[in-house]
Design a binder for this molecule. Structure first.
Ligand code: UD1
Length: 337
């Protein structure tokens, strides 16, 4: 199939382009490069021997999006493009709602005009909000707690309404838990701009000497070691989950929701220890106050994806940290070189 990947130069996007090409698909990428580099696609091409067609296009530019569909015979879309920093979304909500919602509406309107009605959407475990007990199950009532999360939830609503109204659409909503790691080649990985918000990219930058020490946000939670528990998933497992979802919905009308997670929680200190093992030395850290908005513990019920997609995670936390470290060590400044 020919797959359009929006946001295909980003962290999860680039790994998914690689998995799609390895599975035999042709790939077209749209990206506005707001938070990423097209160098990732050159590296993917070096690994797979296949070059994705690249369009430096913003989803807010509807005629340009339309032109991409005019130029390629697209069979299905995987939609990653969007702004994703929780803190920034609290301070600039309009920017988030405008970019993520209007971009998605432009995309699905262009898809409809060109008769492309299969879409896999990059949602997030953040849609489960703060009111659900763990583990999170797809049928739970959702309710995100910040503007970024609400854009994910609202896009889920838009796509669900579309699927209910028009039985020609095949729609997969994938709720990711905490993606970390990198392709084992060390050629592609996460390249956050500025100070990383997320745990493993921050640890990696301490390990490579770009930051002094890790601040562990809270050591007094009601968890085994007092730090928060999260469901970390290797980005290559996550990418393969997209290919499995795409295959499953092909030709099957309806709206499907799947958690993509491992089904277990690891603490901040467990992640730190695992990264230290990969590094072969200790990493300085300090336990500080809790980060506002953090939940003590959450992880996926991963049984639906296993039952429906025959997909489950296969890579351990140690592998995530080894692969993340290889990428960071080989690319201390990310794609900037
Ligand atoms: C965060 C977002 C979530 C988003 C996800 C994407 C928040 C509140 N949530 O999830 O909406 O979908 O990223 O991956 O921002 N930690 C530290 N020190 C650090 C960084 C993190 O101790 O410097 C801790 C956090 O308190 C948390 C754990 O590490 O317990 C994981 O944090 P993070 O990687 O930011 O992911 P989430 O907060 O789970």
């Amino acid at each position: 199939m020919k797959i359009l990947v929006t946001g295909g130069t980003g962290y999860i996007g680039s790994h998914t382009v690689l998995s799609l090409q390895e599975a035999g698909h042709d790939v077209v990428v749209i990206d506005n490069l707001a938070n990423s580099s097209s160098e990732s696609l050159q590296r993917v091409a070096g690994l797979t021997g296949k070059q994705a067609a690249f369009h430096h296009t913003d989803l807010l530019d509807e005629p340009a999006v339309d032109a991409v569909f005019g130029q390629h015979d697209i069979d299905a879309v995987i939609h990653f493009a969007g702004l994703k920093a929780v803190g920034e979304s609290v301070h600039e909500p309009v920017k988030y709602y405008y970019n993520n919602l209007v971009g998605t509406l432009n995309l699905i309107r262009a898809m409809d005009r060109h008769g492309v009605r299969s879409i896999v959407f990059s949602s997030s475990a953040t849609v489960y909000g703060a009111h659900n007990a763990v583990p999170y199950v797809e049928k739970m009532e959702i309710g995100a707690t910040n503007p970024y999360g609400r854009t994910k939830e609202q896009i889920e609503d838009i796509l669900s309404d579309l699927g209910a109204a028009d039985s020609r659409w095949n729609i997969a909503l994938l709720r990711y838990f905490n993606p970390v790691g990198a392709h084992p080649s060390g050629r592609i990985g996460e390249d956050p701009q500025g100070i990383p918000n997320n745990l493993v990219p921050f640890i990696a930058q301490v390990a490579v000497g770009r930051r002094e020490k890790l601040m562990v946000f809270g050591g007094d939670y009601d968890t085994p070691d007092g730090t928060c528990l999260r469901d970390y998933i290797h980005v290559v497992d996550l990418a393969e989950g997209h290919v499995a979802a795409l295959n499953h919905i092909a030709g099957k009308a309806g709206v499907y929701r799947w958690n993509l997670g491992s089904g277990t929680g690891s603490s901040v200190l467990e992640v730190l220890r695992s990264f230290e093992k990969a590094l072969g030395t200790s990493i300085p850290y300090e336990i500080t106050g809790r980060r506002p908005g953090d939940l003590p513990a959450f992880w996926a019920d991963a049984t639906s994806a296993m039952a429906d997609l025959s997909w489950s995670t296969t890579r351990s936390l140690d592998q995530m940290c080894e692969d993340h470290w290889r990428w960071q060590k080989n690319n201390p400044n990310g794609y900037a070189g």
